[in-house]
Ligand binder design. Structure first.
Ligand SMILES: [Zn+2]
Length: 113
């Protein structure tokens, strides 16, 4: 019986400690695959895709791309965000957001009948 109680306490203690350990992880700067578009290095991409970018809103938050907007290069894609915090959120679920972008581009480029 005493053994059980001890085990239970360990489990409770671990459950209690785990969330704080995870929170500390989140504070670390996430390693991102993409980077903020460089006007010189990414000029070609910005010229090509920037002009025909299908969205006027941030793909992550849906907010309008205002003054703080960020142009981001991710695996050859140009993605625009409302603020510098969005790229990290984007990369956590990039496939979903790229699909949304793809869909928007298709609609924007749809030839008129
Ligand atoms: Zn944002």
């Amino acid at each position: 019986m005493l053994k059980h109680a001890c085990l239970l306490m360990t489990v409770v203690l671990l459950a209690y400690l785990a969330p704080s350990a995870r929170a500390a992880d989140d504070e670390k700067k996430p390693e991102l695959k993409g980077h903020v578009a460089d006007p010189v290095k990414d000029k070609e991409l910005l010229d090509k895709l920037g002009a025909s970018y299908p969205l006027k809103t941030c793909v992550v938050t849906g907010k309008e791309l205002g003054e703080g907007a960020v142009s981001y290069v991710y695996e050859g894609h140009l993605v625009k965000f409302c603020c510098p915090h969005c790229p990290a959120k984007f990369e956590k679920d990039s496939a979903k957001y790229l699909a949304m972008l793809d869909e928007a581009a298709k609609k924007a480029n749809k030839p008129k009948d």
